[in-house]
Design a protein around this ligand. Structure first.
Ligand code: PEP
Length: 250
């Protein structure tokens, strides 16, 4: 049985008061027992929201990024040992916004995945194609290449701590969602590829999340697809009611 996961990505949103209020209201809500809820919050709120989340055994925090080096002269960056030192359980790596605006290459992402795992962090690894690739019908090979370059070579124990998030870039923050059939086809292709790289058991056990304009009105249908194990949600995770509706959409 794969985990069912509803992960929120708040990106660079919410001031301190708003962040604490949102995290508290999600944590204090009734979350279905079999759903893991992850709040991807800005770094400066991680420690406090991690403490808040501990009141609900189904709710966890995640960093939205981590630096690829252990420590050193990297002004403004946050390392995996730092996240570990405040007990952060998850980190999102490879979000398309970071690939694009921060020039994060697959090779850098591979280093980030390694250092995160070495420091006991579970990884939500994002992949997904831009619109021009989808139009050329090259999305499967594009996403496989992203996975190959950043995850190939990981061991079984490593892979048990990886969740894949498929997020077509053309659907992120645009209001346009992949159809349930498009999502299922891509998730199946990813699972088949994980099988090639890591074997049947790991592929069957790895949760694959869909991301891209998930909202209460489409979550039930998307989460109902065989190979979709939940969502990585931006906009709709930043309002208590809509995120709770999504959490209850499995
Ligand atoms: C995201 O940021 O990962 C995302 C999927 O955003 P949205 O749900 O707003 O499209």
């Amino acid at each position: 049985m794969r985990k069912k996961i509803a992960a929120g990505n708040w990106k660079m949103n919410k001031n301190y008061g708003e962040a604490i209020e949102l995290a508290s209201s999600i944590t204090n809500a009734q979350v279905p027992e079999d759903v893991t809820v992850i709040l991807g919050v800005p770094y400066i709120y991680l420690k406090e929201i991690n403490e808040i989340a501990k009141a609900n055994p189904n709710v966890f925090v995640s960093a939205q990024n981590v630096h690829q080096k252990e420590n050193g002269a990297y002004t403004g960056e946050i390392s995996a040992p730092m996240l570990k030192s405040i007990d952060v359980p998850y980190v999102i790596i490879g979000h398309s916004e970071r690939r694009e605006y921060n020039c994060e290459t697959p090779e850098i992402l591979k280093e980030k995945v390694r250092i995160a795992l070495d420091n006991g962090l579970d990884v939500i690894f994002c992949c997904g194609e831009p619109l021009e690739i989808r139009k050329k019908n090259e999305h499967e090979s594009y996403v496989k290449d992203q996975i190959e370059k950043s995850l190939a070579g990981l061991g079984d124990e490593d892979m048990k701590r990886i969740t894949v998030a498929y997020e077509p870039i053309w659907a992120i923050g645009t209001g346009e969602t992949a159809s349930p059939a498009q999502a299922q086809a891509m998730h199946k292709a990813i699972r088949d590829y994980l099988k090639e790289l890591f074997g049947e058991k790991i592929a069957e056990e790895t949760a694959i999340l869909y991301g891209g304009s998930v909202k209460p009105s489409n979550a039930v249908e998307i989460f109902g697809q065989e190979d979709v194990d939940g969502g990585l949600v931006g906009g709709a995770s930043m309002k208590t009611d809509s995120f709770l509706d999504i959490i209850k959409s499995f």
